[in-house]
Design a binder for this molecule. Structure first.
Ligand SMILES: [Zn+2]
Length: 102
């Protein structure tokens, strides 16, 4: 049997002021607990990073990597890609071995 707001409202109206205040406090605590339960998931999503191996060019024109061919390029090196608080994609060099930065 669902118990909706329509059934709750008349019951709440009949409560004394003291009980209404206690109900409100309890409700606020309930809401706070629920919102806090959800926020860690959100925070987790923001720091979620993508790790990938990439071949890179060092930028020197005299280096063989300037040919752009994978076999002439440096690496592969691990890079992490993650969004910062502003939603911008930030890449970070990790190295030849994958280490998950803390
Ligand atoms: Zn190079």
């Amino acid at each position: 049997m669902p118990f909706g707001l329509t059934q709750l409202k008349p019951a709440i109206t009949k409560l004394s002021l003291n009980k209404k205040q206690r109900l409100l406090e309890w409700l606020q605590a309930e809401i706070k607990a629920e919102t806090q339960e959800q926020s860690p998931h959100k925070a987790k999503k923001e720091v979620e990073a993508v790790y990938q191996l990439e071949y890179v060019r060092c930028g020197k024109e005299t280096c063989k990597c300037s040919s752009g061919r994978t076999e002439d390029m440096h690496g592969p090196y691990w890079y992490s890609y993650e969004r910062n608080s502003k939603g911008k994609l930030v890449s970070r060099y990790i190295g030849k071995k994958l280490r998950i930065p803390q």
